[in-house]
Design a protein around this ligand. Structure first.
Ligand code: HEC
Ligand code: HEC
Length: 213
């Protein structure tokens, strides 16, 4: 089983990486030009530049390379749900599920693909949200989540994904997975997740949607 290096922080300056990514994009008519070949199999679901138009599929661009690497290692070791049901809904899905998709990847490939998406700019999902829920979610976030998910969950340097502007249906599903212990998580986050009701989870998702605009 691959170890997830949760306490490691990337030493690469994020700002420099972002500028470099923007230049690479500007120079290339095809968004995927320069991307590792393995990234080809991601397009159908995560969008050509990692910006998903499907509410069940997260946008992966702009999150930190360290966070993205970890997720791919977690799929490899099946420490997060493999979402075979969602793969079954996609025509010509490149594998039976997300774990199988990356099962044979070397560490180098994982690092390369993660770096590619980390360099693409994040773009908030085009979605509406319930304002009363968002306000209720803000209070829960400030109390239990803000210390690790800074600036409304928008800072990639947290190495904890980008929550602000992420699709609500994905957030609801994955927070429920966390609460039920179905997805690997830091022990200190687990305590916060287990305390959440379904209503709290909806409220948090609305809050993160509101932070992305
Ligand atoms: C058939 C659709 C599909 C394909 C193909 C696919 N993904 Fe995914 N991906 C998903 C879904 C759905 C999720 C959310 C899983 C969950 O709910 O836990 C996801 C989650 C992820 C995550 C975690 C994001 C987060 O914020 O936690 C990463 C990273 C990721 N995919 C990378 C990739 C890469 C790299 C490829 C290409 C090699 C790829 N995916 C191909 C559907 C797909
Ligand atoms: C002790 C720090 C900590 C606390 C507190 C915490 N989180 Fe997290 N969170 C993390 C880390 C670290 C990750 C990334 C885990 C990984 O690499 O798999 C994460 C991941 C997530 C993700 C997955 C993002 C994605 O793109 O898939 C969601 C959603 C999330 N947290 C929501 C919350 C909410 C809601 C709260 C409060 C109720 C919370 N977290 C509290 C550290 C924390």
């Amino acid at each position: 089983m691959k170890r997830t290096k949760l306490n490691h922080r990337s030493s690469r300056p994020l700002a420099a990486a972002t500028v470099f990514g923007a230049l690479a994009l500007a120079a290339a008519p095809m968004v995927l030009a320069g991307a590792p070949d393995s990234a080809e199999s991601c397009l159908g679901c995560h969008g050509s530049d990692g910006i998903s138009s499907d509410p069940d599929t997260p946008t992966i661009s702009g999150a930190s390379d360290f966070f993205l690497e970890n997720q791919l290692f977690l799929f490899q070791s099946e420490e997060r749900p493999c979402v075979a049901d969602l793969f079954a809904q996609v025509d010509d899905a490149p594998a039976a599920d997300h774990c199988a998709l990356v099962a044979d990847w070397s560490e180098d490939t994982i690092v390369e693909v993660a770096a590619h998406y980390a360099e693409q700019p994040f773009q908030p999902a085009d979605q509406s949200w319930d304002e009363a829920q968002a306000q209720a979610g803000a209070a829960i976030h400030d109390e239990g989540c803000a210390r690790c998910h800074a600036d409304g969950g928008s800072d990639p340097a947290d190495d904890a994904g980008i929550l602000a502007g992420q699709w609500q249906p994905y957030l609801v599903r994955t927070m429920t997975d966390y609460r039920e212990g179905a997805r690997f998580q830091p022990v200190t986050m687990e305590r916060e997740m287990q305390a959440l009701s379904d209503e709290d989870i909806q409220a948090l998702a609305a809050y993160y949607a509101s932070q992305g605009q």
